[in-house]
Ligand binder design. Structure first.
Ligand SMILES: [Zn+2]
Ligand SMILES: [Zn+2]
Length: 327
């Protein structure tokens, strides 16, 4: 197998030939067809997540076909197409797992962070955390659903069922969730980097009723705001944009420090919460819904060996939608 391996914090990822992996008990081996590039991959690369193991193969939006199964895998077959998400393993016995909050497991493994991921030609995964995908849709188009879509979905559910929803940071997750929320009959307000007219036009094209800079005040108070941007300064701005009793959901895994702000922005029962990871139920719910909505993902594909370029372009905001690596 080949992979783009991260040997040191800051990279670059190196194209490396490795021995083929063999699935252990309960595991599957997947021949990868496409793997999305997520903002979290930049946090992994930059060493912004705790206790980053090295060497590691990043990538957690994996689409591929099973080409080998380990002992005890009965419900998945060789040849079947599956998606492998960020949540790669949970302990099943900690208080969070028992309480159906496996996204908060005390002893988890995360694909492309603490276990090898999908910037590769093959990956070994825990069969219990693979989602069967069926045959509808191209690998490249489906890849962004596996994290941008799933975490986006969890954040939208967390935001409640208010009509007016603000999305701060209009990248891979927001471009999917705007379509979901519009399909649900909600109104989307898109907030981008100030002056990023291309992203604002992109958002309007996906049904946003209003688009502007994150420093702007929306024309109506919002019922909820979801923050996909990684800039802490946005948090008080989002609190300011929501009505009394409104909610602000921080959907990212890492954010720069949140500046101090007047208590008045939080008062009147506004809530500020975060979303961490996903549960398998989130995946089942969202992946069942996605074909009904007819989500169209906007992707820019790169050959696997160009992973460093894809990451640099993501960092610089050089494309709309999502980047996808193809082996
Ligand atoms: Zn657990
Ligand atoms: Zn991700």
């Amino acid at each position: 197998m080949h992979a783009m391996v991260m040997n040191k914090i800051g990279g670059p990822l190196l194209w490396t030939e490795l021995a083929d992996r063999h699935p252990g008990p309960g595991q599957i081996r997947v021949k990868i067809g496409a793997c999305g590039v997520c903002r979290t991959d930049l946090h992994v690369l930059d060493g912004q997540l705790p206790e980053q193991p090295l060497s590691i193969i990043p990538g957690h939006e994996i689409i591929g076909r099973i080409d080998a199964t380990g002992e005890g895998v009965d419900d998945l077959r060789v040849g079947e197409r599956v998606g492998i998400p960020w949540l790669g393993h949970t302990c099943g016995t900690c208080p969070y797992c028992i309480d159906h909050r496996e996204n908060l497991c005390d002893a988890p493994l995360f694909t492309g962070y603490t276990r090898d991921g999908g910037f590769a030609t093959q990956v070994v995964a825990d069969a219990r955390f693979a989602f069967p995908l069926g045959e509808r849709g191209e690998d490249i188009a489906l890849a962004p659903l596996l994290c941008a879509g799933l975490i986006g979905w969890r954040s939208l559910v967390m935001a409640g069922d208010g009509q007016r929803v603000g999305l701060y940071g209009f990248g891979a997750a927001a471009h999917i969730i705007a379509q979901v929320a519009s399909w649900q009959g909600r109104l989307i307000y898109a907030f981008t980097r100030p002056g990023d007219l291309a992203a604002q036009n992109f958002a309007r094209g996906l049904g946003a009723v209003w688009a502007g800079g994150s420093n702007e005040v929306p024309p109506e108070p919002l019922d909820a705001a979801i923050i996909y941007a990684t800039v802490g300064e946005v948090v008080p701005l989002a609190l300011k944009a929501v009505r009394k009793g409104g909610i602000v959901v921080c959907a990212g895994i890492h954010m720069s420090d949140i500046p101090g702000f007047p208590y008045a922005l939080l008062w009147e029962e506004r809530r500020l919460v975060s979303v961490a990871n996903l549960t398998r139920q989130d995946g089942l719910d969202f992946l069942a819904l996605a074909p009904k909505i007819g989500i169209v993902t906007h992707t820019t594909s790169y050959p696997l060996q160009k992973a460093n370029e894809a990451l640099a372009d993501l960092r610089a905001g050089r494309f709309e939608g999502a980047a996808v690596l193809v082996p």
